[in-house]
Design a protein around this ligand. Structure first.
Ligand SMILES: [Zn+2]
Length: 154
C-alpha cells in the first residue's frame, strides 16, 4: 500500500533510507542502470520527495516495524465487554501500530491489506495491525483479548 514519505536518514553504511508514515523505513538507492534515483543523492532532491508516496510491501504483510514500544494497552476485553467499535471496520491512528493479543479462547479477525487478511486467532496468537488499514473483529465464542498500541520512542 502507498505510504507518505516523512523524511530521510542515512544508515550506518551511508545508504539513504526513506522514513514512511507507517514507521517503516525503505532504502532508496541510486545504482544505475538498475536503480535510477539520482535525486536521493542530494539534499534538495530528498526534500522534494518528502510528502510523496512510496509503496510499502511490509505494511501489506503487516510486519511490525523494528524498535517500537508499547505506549498503551486497551483491554483486556471479553466477548461481552469488547467495544462495539472494534466489531465494525475501524483503523489504528497514524503514527502507531496495533497488536491484537488473544489471551483466552479465539476470535475472527479481518483486515483490508493486499491481499486481505481473514483469520481466526487462538489463545497465544498475535496480529499486528498497521495504521490506517480498516479491520474488524468477529466474536464467535468465548474470548479474552487485549490490544497494544506501539509507537517509536514511547
Ligand atoms: Zn509500511
Amino acid at each position: 500500500m502507498l505510504r507518505r514519505i516523512t523524511g530521510f536518514h542515512a544508515d550506518d553504511a551511508g545508504e539513504w533510507v526513506a522514513e514512511l508514515s507507517c514507521l517503516h523505513g525503505q532504502h532508496i538507492r541510486h545504482r544505475p542502470p538498475f536503480q535510477n534515483r539520482p535525486w536521493v543523492t542530494t539534499e534538495a532532491g530528498r526534500a522534494e520527495h518528502v510528502e510523496t508516496e512510496l509503496d510499502c510491501p511490509l505494511c501489506d504483510r503487516a510486519e511490525i516495524p523494528g524498535g517500537l514500544e508499547v505506549a498503551r494497552t486497551a483491554g483486556p476485553f471479553d466477548q461481552d465487554t469488547l467495544p462495539a467499535a472494534l466489531r465494525r471496520n475501524h483503523v489504528v491512528a497514524d503514527g502507531r501500530w496495533g497488536c491484537l493479543r488473544v489471551i483466552e479462547g479465539a476470535i475472527g479477525f479481518a483486515m483490508e491489506t493486499t491481499p486481505p487478511v481473514e483469520v481466526r486467532l487462538a489463545a497465544g496468537e498475535r496480529q499486528p495491525i498497521p495504521p490506517g488499514v480498516p479491520h474488524h473483529l468477529t466474536v464467535d465464542g468465548p474470548v479474552v483479548l487485549a490490544v497494544d498500541f506501539l509507537v517509536r520512542d514511547a
